[in-house]
Write a protein that binds this ligand. Structure first.
Ligand code: ADP
Ligand code: MG
Length: 262
């Protein structure tokens, strides 16, 4: 074996051992381009390490997005702010920068059904993933079911620890289904533990006065609201359902088309 072949084999082995897949894939091509523009050794190493870092960040973001459990992928680009003037566009854009997560602040999206609350929550949480934050997206009902199951199997602490590792916990759709007493207590514990540790983002169709009806307990609801709203950004999404509006638009356009000309 020639010296170059031996070096190449060893180099590739070491890069694999060191878990540097991008450097392994690219070292030869980057060496060729560095030879071409007469770059020095440090520049070669710099280019290689930059590629590895970029790829590593991309892989990590993909992993975070997968682990977050988004129901659908929605981004802010596809959100039409002109459709619902009650939504504070500037606040949403500010939140997309993610500083509220560093400050452990919460976000509440309140409004009637179909006004884009879940869309916005997905988009904001997606932006957080891209910024390197660990996110968990779950519907309130699914979380309560999971909490009850974990309690039954005596693995509740494990789930709490898992939730506490997150930077942002999105609780979608509070208020559609009322909980059992135990379910409400378990949810309250999640909110309590998150207090000043993990940012919470909650979407709901319920005005505050009606939360006690779903939680089934005035005092606990008061304590929950107290924690949730201590440092909170509130996005109000009130108005006509986006889907309904689109459907009406479509229907009126097609009825105009089918109308005979006189
Ligand atoms: P909510 O959670 O408030 O009930 P969703 O976020 O589920 O509403 O919105 C219902 C559907 O309408 C989704 O497909 C969402 O992407 C779309 N939608 C709602 N508002 C807007 C908007 N302003 N621009 C674009 N799509 C929207
Ligand atoms: Mg929703």
């Amino acid at each position: 074996m020639s010296q170059t072949t031996t070096s190449t084999v060893l180099l590739e082995h070491h890069l694999k051992q060191l878990k540097l897949p991008t450097m392994l894939r690219e070292y030869a091509a980057i060496a060729a381009s560095c030879t071409k523009d007469r770059s020095d050794y440090p520049t070669y190493l710099l280019r290689l390490t930059e590629r590895e870092l970029l790829d590593r960040e991309r892989r990590a973001a993909e992993r975070r997005i997968k682990e977050a459990g988004f129901p659908v992928v929605k981004t802010l680009d596809t959100f039409d702010f002109s459709a619902l003037p009650s939504i504070n566009e500037q606040m949403v854009k500010e939140l997309a920068r993610g500083e509220y997560i560093d400050k452990r602040e919460n976000v509440l999206l309140i409004g009637n059904s179909g006004t884009g609350k879940t869309h916005l929550a997905c988009a904001l949480a997606f932006a957080a993933c891209a910024q390197g934050k660990r996110v968990r997206f779950t519907s309130v009902t699914a979380l309560v079911t999971q909490l009850l199951e974990c309690r039954e199997q005596q693995v509740l602490q494990r789930l709490h620890r898992q939730l506490e590792r997150q930077h942002l916990l999105v609780l979608d759709e509070l208020g559609y289904v009322p909980f059992s007493k135990v379910g409400a207590e378990l949810l309250f514990e999640v909110v309590s533990r998150a207090y000043e540790r993990t940012s919470l983002m909650v979407t709901t169709n319920l005005p505050f006065e009606e939360w006690a009806g779903v939680m089934g307990n005035e005092r606990m609801t008061g304590a929950l609201l107290d924690r949730l709203t201590h440092r909170v950004h509130i996005i109000e999404a009130n108005g006509e359902s986006y889907r309904l509006k689109q459907a009406k638009k479509k229907a009126s356009a097609s009825s105009r088309k089918s109308k005979p000309k006189n």
